[in-house]
Design a protein around this ligand. Sequence first.
Ligand code: SAM
Length: 241
Amino acid sequence: MYSDLAHYFHLLTAPEDYAEEAAFYCRVLTEACIKPPRTLLELGSGGGNNASHLKSVFQLTLTDLSSHMLALSQTLNPECEHIQGDMRTLRLERLFDAVFIHDAITYMTSLDDLQKALETAFIHCEPGGAALFAPDFTRETFRPATEHGGHDGKKQGMRFLEWTWDPDPHDTTYLVDYAFLLRNEQGVMHMEYDRHELGLFSRLDWLHLIEEVGFQAKALPFEHSEAKPGDEIFLGIKTIR
Ligand SMILES: C[S@@+](CC[C@H](N)C(=O)[O-])C[C@H]1O[C@@H](n2cnc3c(N)ncnc32)[C@H](O)[C@@H]1O
């Protein structure tokens, strides 16, 4: 999905569907920072879907492991800075008023990797600023599910089946298997199968690691019309010493 099929990403999940959650992240970050944040670093910014809404409020620096996803985001957010990098190791030698990691944080599949990504957020966050982390699930809120969706573009189209399941409830990962039906410009269909291994950590592990890297940690209810009971996001507040 993030390489050969990246050009279909906005048909998997459309930028316009992110307005409500982006408004929530914007409000939470603004309230968490000592002064209204202006600069925002996003780690794992993907197709730039959240960014397409956040950019009216923040000056955005968008980073991702995948050059294909950055290229796609550039078509949607040409006015934003785009930089390729791994959220575990990226070091820009600059500070930002706020840092954001949306669902890309779920690609951290061990406590060690999660800690590295949180450290990257801490290192790039201005004292008095804050970082927001939005995993799809914690161990406590994980729900197996089967969903389907997709969109039509001007010329291409996509439909998908998404199957979320956890083969081993005792480890720190779960799986999301996708079947994609992809229709190209000539109307020709082809199918792809894509497996994503994602991280699953307890709420206490999240709060502990956020504190461990130097932030003050908070969990907040995810306020969204499609949120399920217990869904939360995590905040790291970087206090001024
Ligand atoms: C679901 S997409 C993110 C979409 C994004 N939330 C948006 O608003 O468009 C997940 C992204 O995480 C990126 N990713 C996975 N592992 C990463 C890592 N170690 N460092 C940086 N980005 C990573 C992938 O390349 C992919 O673009």
